[in-house]
Design a protein around this ligand. Structure first.
Ligand code: ADP
Length: 303
């Protein structure tokens, strides 16, 4: 996957992208993110662009995000903001940045949810050739889910990939939350992940962090994807995540099911997929996610 254009200052990025002498005329903070600071920048001439910033050493958050957006855009199945570039700047004590097309989509298209479901199904069914360097599932570079690293080492088995590269590293980080009895239960649980999940009918490029905050109304009124944590896996992992924090309207699920029917037993597997995100939240945001994690592990290891 090609890397985004990289700059050594915001000024050089703006001059290269928009012409000599282009400056930031106004900066407006944008709320809603969990990890980075976000801004709308109004440039000389009135154009608006979107910028996310973090510390200089976290530039890799943004290169990984740009690589993920590029992978999604290449499917031509669904909208994403155009990537302008990434870089670092020595100002304000030093920071890294990601520049994107500004999304100001205001009104949703008529069949927004049905169209979104069909476009997502198309993305899930697009070719994954060249996305995983060694194996069928994974991705050719590691990336992040929130601030947490995602190991994307290729595997030929989806169930092994999900156990070894998704659940196990999160359980390892969360170890201080579990006593010995719970640790034993987790080991038993991980030993049985192969029986709980199924291999997909086809490998899919996944958004990887598909909750409602990462689906926005794009500049054409259709649903656009932002802030991905892409990898190649089983499409139902994306669908499971849409259900974790509230879910989308029934029209979305009906249209997705019609376009790309889920394999039987999805409802039984949903919790195993979402355990990954709950563990990630436990590791990033703290123990309020512990009861749900314990509940799923207890329920699944008793099966
Ligand atoms: P974080 O990486 O911190 O989670 P997000 O990607 O969620 O940040 O973005 C932070 C905020 O900026 C959210 O409210 C999101 O909707 C908004 N946003 C993200 N991308 C764009 C964009 N290209 N144009 C305008 N707003 C955006």
């Amino acid at each position: 996957m090609t890397s985004p254009q990289q700059f050594t200052s915001l000024e050089s990025a703006l001059c290269t992208l928009f012409g000599e002498g282009t400056k930031v005329e106004a900066t407006r903070p944008i709320s809603g993110g969990d990890i980075n600071e976000a801004y709308g920048l109004t440039l000389t001439g009135g154009k608006c662009i979107f910028m996310k910033t973090n510390t200089k050493k976290n530039l890799s958050f943004f290169t990984a995000e740009a690589v993920g957006l590029t992978a999604i855009a290449r499917t031509k199945a669904i909208g994403t903001p155009h990537i302008l570039g990434v870089g670092t700047d020595e100002g304000r004590g030093g920071y890294s940045f990601l520049l994107l097309e500004f999304i100001s989509g205001k009104s949703r298209s008529r069949n927004y949810w049905e169209d979104f479901a069909r476009q997502l199904a198309d993305m899930h069914r697009s070719s994954t050739a060249g996305l995983v360097s060694d194996g069928k599932y994974g991705f050719d570079s590691n990336n992040y889910i929130g601030r947490h690293g995602q190991i994307n080492t290729g595997r030929d088995s989806w169930t092994s990939f999900f156990r070894d590269c998704r659940l196990e590293p999160q359980f390892q980080d969360a170890a201080p939350y579990f006593d010995r009895e719970n640790q034993r239960r987790i080991i038993r649980f991980l030993d049985h992940v192969d029986e709980m999940l199924v291999e997909p009918e086809y490998p899919s490029l996944l958004h990887g962090d598909l909750w409602s905050g990462n689906v926005v109304t794009g500049n054409d009124g259709s649903a656009w994807l932002i802030d991905p944590a892409v990898y190649v896996g089983h499409a139902e992992a994306d669908i499971a995540m849409t259900e974790l924090f509230g879910g989308f309207p029934p029209a979305f699920y009906d249209a997705y099911q019609e376009a790309a029917p889920l394999q039987p037993g999805y409802e039984r597997r949903r919790d195993v997929y979402n355990l990954y995100h709950l563990l990630n939240h436990l590791n990033l945001f703290g123990r309020m996610y512990l009861p749900e994690v314990r509940q799923i592990v207890g329920r699944m290891s008793a099966v």
